[in-house]
Design a binder for this molecule. Sequence first.
Ligand code: FER
Length: 542
Amino acid sequence: MKNLLSLAAAALTLSAAAVAPQASAGAEAPDSFLLSCSFEGGDDGWSGRGGANVETSNNASFNGSNALYCSNRSDSWNGAAISLGSGFVAGQAYSFSANVRYDSGKDTALYHFTMQYNDGSEDKYVKIASATIIKGKWAQLANPNFTIPEGASDITVYIETAKGTGDFFVDDVKIAEKGSKIEGALGGKYIPGDLCSDGVIDTFDLICARNLIVAADKPSDMMINADVDQSKDYAVNDLVLLDEFLSGKITEFPDNTPEEEVTPFEYDANKQFKEAPGNYFNKCEQQGKVTKETYNGIRGTKSLYVYTPYNYAPEKKYNIFYLMHGGGENENTLFFQDDTMIQNMLDHMIMNGELDPLIVVTPTFNGTGSEAANFYEEFRQSVVPFVEGKYSTYAESTSAEDIKASRMHRAYGGFSMGSVSTWAVMQNDLDMVGYLMPLSGDHWGANGAYGKAKSLADAVDNFGYTNRQFFIFAATGSDDIAYPNVNPQVDEMKKMSQFKFTSDFSEGNFYFMVAPGKTHWWGYVRHYVYDALPYFFHETGE
Ligand code: FER
């Protein structure tokens, strides 16, 4: 309590440190508008940009009873637009204002009020105003002094988002003489520390913050701005940080955003084979590293390779994928052959945001007493403890308990005999891995398609997992010699409740992708990894 009292006392003397508001102080409200769209009587000349749809709606409004509703967007640049016509002069400044609101999706989202024009040779885009706005609140995007670029023609202004395709409302879009202050929504913006939502971080926010700690009714927009360290929890710590910010002790808030358990993903429910772009097998400008490691395991001294992504940082946690070679191959196969070079593919996928940075390990089942179908023993006892004791994964330690706790961040897959090893890992080590990628090979643990499927289903039951707690993305070519072995096994698995068939892992847990015309060769199979791996590591297993 002493802390809170001294903060309150400090609050009274801190106004000098307040952050200046964006709106120009003393600006006058305009006498008239050069453009004013209230959407009360129709769309006021607005249209959908890109594939977007616009229509008037009375489901929300900032003023009056209607707003313009923008939906059916397929890209972030799709939105609501209006052409400005000839009354606006290039090289001159005007005051622009629009009010925006969205009601579903993330807690906050970045919106832009943008101008498109032609500069005489090509279309150009310039931001008039931007703001990160809070879900469910009206926010004003305004710029009282925006100059239309010299030489601009074909001018359109529009509302778009920085990311995503969510629906939004627009209301009271106005343009007036430069410098004029156009009234708009107060607050609604994500400005850490601005609890009062007036665009200024000052002592009043500190008073709000203090009251909010004990308040019974905690308004959602105030809570979002009160959580100044973005920890997803408003606590006394945030109050102290706000005080330190206002007193000049700190100049920015620390970012204590909690690490996401899993990253969200938009699954295709019926994923079809798609080749990686050809250049993905060339060297990438952002290269990960392939390191040879040697370990003494239950089957003697052996080697494996570890791919760590570009900018690998041991203080971070990484998902890990163990990828096994086929018969007659070895731990070198995946990284050193013209028909694999899988590290280049991983580099490109990660650089282009198609895959979260991860660790990929290529062990081998070769060695005295080793075979694909018993590699699961060495995997559990030697390989995982060795690798994850050395590299940074979600395993807090290499104890069986911690390996199990991190299984939704661990995957195992393989080609041909490597696929045989994958089904065996599933049957025996399901408490270690949440994701499996059997490629061009069937299960050798039992006889007949039904027997194979049943032995896997029984393993799931014996481990006590539901069909939300493990995920299988199997694949092969339609002309692969393994197809006639795998396909009947898959058909039997589809009939069992342990397996729910779809590539939308938010709904089911089992998929079999068949690549038209492809045969039993890494030159094809590496593309299955390209298709399947992005589908992994987005489920919590709860
Ligand atoms: C199969 C599983 C494994 C398969 C072949 C293999 C033809 C491996 C063969 C080898 O490495 O010799 O389903 O189908």
